[in-house]
Design a protein around this ligand. Structure first.
Ligand code: FAD
Length: 596
């Protein structure tokens, strides 16, 4: 059933050569001790754990799925999931990038990021259980009271308890302003919450002794819409004073969903029948607090798709070297066999390189943003923290939508490399395609990410954040513009940067006349911005590779070839995307709904 080998060489290239993380981390006092040895050791051990413990459960977990028992409201996860989670907790993996004050290991986000890529390559469905706990940890750490932090954070950090995000209700997913769950205040300061939540990932399972649900609900007399939403902490079992689990809280799983992919993760209908909870942050400011969780989760979904792109590519590559079929157009390559391996065929190479380029682009992109998060949280200079925070805000919707769209393409191409065998479940390739599909939908659909990028993050601040990022690109283009060897990378990068500036101004002007112009342009626009980011990163990586092309290490030759493929075959789609984004809203809005 295929194989997984963590791409440690490329991770090391991104961390040590592209981002020079050791130097960067030295400017963050909390991480000054983190050196290359520590980083490499975590990568090695993480690679072993994910390949040996989690990957073997991926296909079986998909086949078996989760089981719900309506009488007891319990959910059983696939065979081996619980034991793997125990190993994960015992090894302290969940605590890697958490605050030592709560039992964490205090390592940087950028390192945890690489580990999450491995987890998701090995088993996305399994990874969602600890992944959601980490989002809950971030949210509670930023908005919880001291008491809440003291009681709950050590349990989340150790992994003894897991977390969920309970936002969606049957009548509202995107438009959370319509949610109806209600919270009634109690004399002891707690709240009793009643309502129905749907599609709650990891809402019920058998892997941990307690589950902390972060639930959105309305307090009495709350204003209508999104300004009237509050956030509550609702444990499955109420904690006793000594930290052990006590009384069962009436927040129960009524059913689990049958779905297209991620079968190993329970997607639960959760019923709250006067469940006891405690408010996180201020009443009616819950969406604001929940955004910490949602942003972490959006980056996490990007990581899911990077993981799937990598594993699908790896397995397609093995198959393409092994499967023999037809002869090479340019003459027999393998005379001792009745046919040549399919990797000789140009279009098979196109499919493989698509996966390779999208994996390497996403690895550089997500690692870069993770390092910006470390700077945002830990840099001693407030100005640097603010700049990093702005960049993370700008790039988060691009990570979520661009990487997940690309993974949908890349996993499908990887499956295609297998021909009919890709469609047969035994080979495992069709699972990657199915698992990848949800990533375009949850955590705010990719359309919503595109609206967030263009409407809020770019036009909403008159392009200030985008300009700042654009200045970095301009500086790189200026610094390298006269280097002939770099012109094949720098010229298309500079050209695309200029086009993005013009396109943004044009849409901004049109949006003054008609706000639908933003909705009509945003999806192709986000893809164009995604390509601008990848062009910038591939150009930088190509520069490093050019300098080491003759070092005898073939890694750099491969990196250059991938960058060249990216600029020749993937980036040019921006021409079409820009035409689409510029075409305006009339071609979408002219048709009366009755005439569809
Ligand atoms: C497997 C799975 C796991 C999930 N896990 C969780 C979880 O853990 N917690 C949780 O709270 N939720 C979870 N969800 C819910 C998920 O986040 C929502 O399904 C998603 O946000 C979309 O909401 P919806 O399904 O109600 O679609 P709708 O909001 O009804 O949207 C339908 C379509 O309309 C489009 N649309 C809506 N508004 C606009 C607009 N203004 N402009 C343009 N297009 C628009 C959407 O993009 C979408 O294509 C999960 C869902 C699934 C399937």
């Amino acid at each position: 059933m295929g194989q997984y080998v963590a791409p440690i060489r490329d991770m090391q290239f991104v961390l040590h050569e592209f981002l020079k993380v050791e130097e960067e981390l030295k400017s963050l006092p909390d991480y000054a001790e983190v050196d290359a040895d520590i980083i490499n050791q975590v990568l090695e051990e993480g690679g072993k754990f994910t390949a040996e413990v989690l990957f073997p459960l991926n296909h079986s977990g998909d086949r078996e799925g989760c089981k719900h028992d309506a009488a007891t409201h319990t959910v059983t996860t696939p065979k081996g999931f619980k034991e793997a989670y125990k190993q994960y907790v015992e090894a302290g993996w969940g605590a890697l990038a958490c605050d030592p004050q709560y039992g964490g290991q205090g390592l940087p986000v950028v390192l945890n990021n690489s580990f999450y890529e491995m987890l998701n390559s090995a088993n996305q469905a399994w990874t969602m259980y600890p992944g959601l706990s980490h989002g809950a940890y971030e949210c509670l750490k930023e908005h919880g009271t001291d008491h809440q932090k003291e009681v709950y954070l050590p349990k989340l950090v150790s992994g003894e308890w897991t977390g969920t995000m309970c936002l969606t209700e049957p009548h509202c997913g995107t438009d959370l302003g319509m949610l109806r769950s209600k919270a009634l205040p109690q004399e002891d300061g707690s709240w009793l919450i009643t309502g129905n939540k749907i599609f709650i990932s990891a809402g019920e399972h058998d892997m941990a002794e307690n589950i902390l649900h972060l639930v959105l609900a309305r307090v009495p007399d709350a204003p209508e819409g999104s300004k009237g939403i509050s956030l509550f902490l609702v444990p499955k079992f109420l904690p006793k004073a000594d930290g052990s689990v006590g009384e069962r809280n009436p927040i129960t799983c009524g059913a689990i969903e049958e779905k297209m992919g991620i079968h190993g993760n329970s997607t639960c209908q959760m019923n709250l029948d006067g469940a006891r909870g405690w408010i996180i942050g201020q009443p009616n400011k819950g969406l604001n607090a929940m955004f910490v969780f949602m942003n972490a989760a959006r980056l996490g979904v990007g990581m899911q798709s990077l993981g799937l792109t990598e594993i699908a590519y790896q397995n397609a590559l093995i198959y393409a070297k092994d499967r023999i079929q037809m002869r090479s157009l340019s003459g027999v390559k393998n005379p001792e066999m009745p046919a040549d391996p399919i990797i000789v065929h140009p279009d098979v190479r196109r499919m493989l390189l698509t996966g390779k380029a999208y994996a390497e682009g996403a690895r550089a992109f997500t690692s870069y943003v993770a390092l910006q998060i470390d700077r945002e949280l830990h840099h001693p200079d407030e100005e640097v923290r603010k700049e990093a925070a702005d960049e993370v805000a700008l790039l988060t919707p691009v990570i979520k939508a661009f990487i997940t769209d690309n993974a949908w393409i890349a996993t499908s191409e990887a499956m295609q490399v297998f021909g009919g065998h890709g469609y047969i479940s035994e080979w495992g390739m069709e699972q990657y395609v199915r698992d990848a599909r949800i990533n375009l939908i949850y955590e705010g659909t990719n359309t919503i990410q595109s609206l967030d990028l263009l409407g809020r993050k770019i036009l909403g601040d008159n392009g200030a954040k985008l300009r700042k990022f654009g200045e970095k690109i301009k500086a790189f283009v200026e610094d390298n513009g006269t280097d002939e060897a770099m012109s094949e990378f720098v010229t298309p990068l500079g050209d695309l940067g200029d086009k993005v500036t013009k396109l943004t101004m044009e849409i901004g002007m049109k949006a003054f006349q008609n706000p639908d112009e933003v909705g009509a342009a945003c999806v192709p626009y986000l893809r164009v911005v995604g390509h601008m980011v990848y062009s910038y990163f591939f150009a930088q990586m190509a520069k490093i590779a050019l300098a080491k092309e003759d070092s005898g290490d073939n890694f750099y030759k491969a990196k250059l070839a991938t960058a060249r493929f990216y600029f020749a075959r993937l980036q040019p789609e921006t021409a079409t995307l820009i035409r689409q984004a510029r075409s305006g809203s009339a071609n979408l809005m002219a048709l009366d709904a009755d005439l569809f």
